[in-house]
Structures are given as C-alpha cells and as structure tokens.
Write a protein that binds this ligand. Structure first.
Ligand code: CA
Length: 228
C-alpha cells in the first residue's frame, strides 16, 4: 500500500539509519538529507508529507530550517516533527512558535516515533477536511472556501488578513495564541505583518464583528484567543 513520503533531516548517520529503516519497514517513502541546506531543497522540490527535523545540524540549524520551511509557500503546509536532545526545551518552544507540530527527544524508541508521525499526519488530514467546511461558533459562521464571514446571518466584510486571523483563532476556541504565532499563521499576505500590527488588526476585526467582537479575547501578556 503506498504511503506518505517523509523527509528526514539528520546529520548523525546512525540515527538517520535507524529512522530510515523503521519508516521504510512501515511502508513510508523516505527521503533524507544530512544538512539543513539540502533538506530545504528536498522539501521544496519533493513536497514530502512530513519533515522529521533534527535541531542540532551543522551549518543551517534546525530552527532556521523550520523557520524557512514555514515561511515559504512551497513548504508552509508540510508538518514538522522536531528531533531534539535533552536540555533543548527552549528550542522546542521556539520551534513550536515557528510552526512545528510536535517533537521527539533523543533517545527515542522507533515505536514512539512512528506513533507521533501517525498522529501528526492524522491531525493534518483532519484539519484539511475542516478547512473546507463552514466553521460555526457562537453566532459567527466562517466559510473558508468562500472567504466569507457572517454574524447572526449578516455578512461582514473583512480584509484577507482579518479573515485569516479570525479563522486561525476560531479553529481552536479556548486556545491562546501568541502574537508571534498569529503573525506566522497569517504570513504569506501581500504585505508584511508585524507583531504590533496584529493588535491593530485585532482591533479592526473586533469592530467589524460588532456584537461578536467580544469573542476575541485578550490574554494579558500572552496574546489572543477565541472564546470557548
Ligand atoms: Ca544532530
């Protein structure tokens, strides 16, 4: 049965071989790179279903690779699982903020790694399905396909960026997102979005949503969330 393609970016031969063997045994197509630079090229050219990314790489390090993958329209949709050593928690937080989906800590068992991969791939295919269905929450309905939002049945005109921010927050009600995560999620628009400008966008969005504006809550010192 043909399975997904996974790109493994790892400079340590032994670990790469262990991962490669176990993924192939499960039927995954495996691509690999020993460096971040080569990993980027392979990700852009082959569009794998998932990238397994070691953080400690010579040259371009894993976080930089993660950042570039998530900032490039050719690869921003590809889920990333970071591979880290113990003591790299700060890097894990940064990586998650940059858009990585999950991480595993060395040494890991092949069984744990495969379970994480399956879980990320499953989550990803679910969110793709969701992305075409209208999202209805409180009295707000978001139609992703049509880029349209209604409040109590009445259409609200939003800019593309406002729409993306609303959709991003409303997909996970109750979850707090940092300004940085929101910037990352709406990146790809025609003009640069800074963390400060997110505050301005949110203010405009609340105003346009009228009575539903209150569902976008400020979490002091952290960021924003859509009311659960
Ligand atoms: Ca390494």
């Amino acid at each position: 049965m043909p399975k997904e393609t996974i790109l493994v970016v790892e400079d340590e031969e032994d670990i790469l071989e262990l991962i490669r063997y176990n993924l192939a045994k499960e039927g995954y197509q495996v691509l690999y790179s020993y460096t971040g630079e080569d990993g980027l090229v392979k990700a852009f050219n082959h569009s794998p279903n998932l990238v397994l990314l070691d953080l400690m790489l010579p040259g371009l390090d894993g976080l930089e690779v993660c950042k570039r993958l998530k900032r490039d329209p050719r690869s921003e949709h590809i889920p990333i699982i970071m591979v880290t050593a113990r003591g790299e928690e700060a890097d894990v937080v940064t990586g998650l903020e940059l858009g990585a989906d999950d991480y595993v800590t060395k040494p890991f068992s092949p069984r744990v790694l495969l379970a994480r991969i399956r879980s990320v791939l499953r989550r990803r295919s679910q969110s793709q399905e969701e992305s075409n269905d209208p999202l209805s929450i409180h009295d707000v309905v978001i139609h992703p396909g049509r880029h349209e939002v209604t409040v109590k049945g009445k259409r609200v005109d939003l800019t593309a960026t406002e729409f993306r921010i609303l959709q991003y927050l409303a997909r996970r009600p109750g979850w707090v997102f940092t300004r940085y995560q929101i910037v990352d999620a709406v990146h790809g628009q025609e003009y640069p979005v800074t963390e400060r400008s997110i505050d301005v966008q949110i203010a405009a969005l609340r105003k346009k949503l009228g009575s539903a504006g209150k569902y976008i809550e400020t979490v002091r010192g952290v960021g924003y969330r859509f009311k659960e």
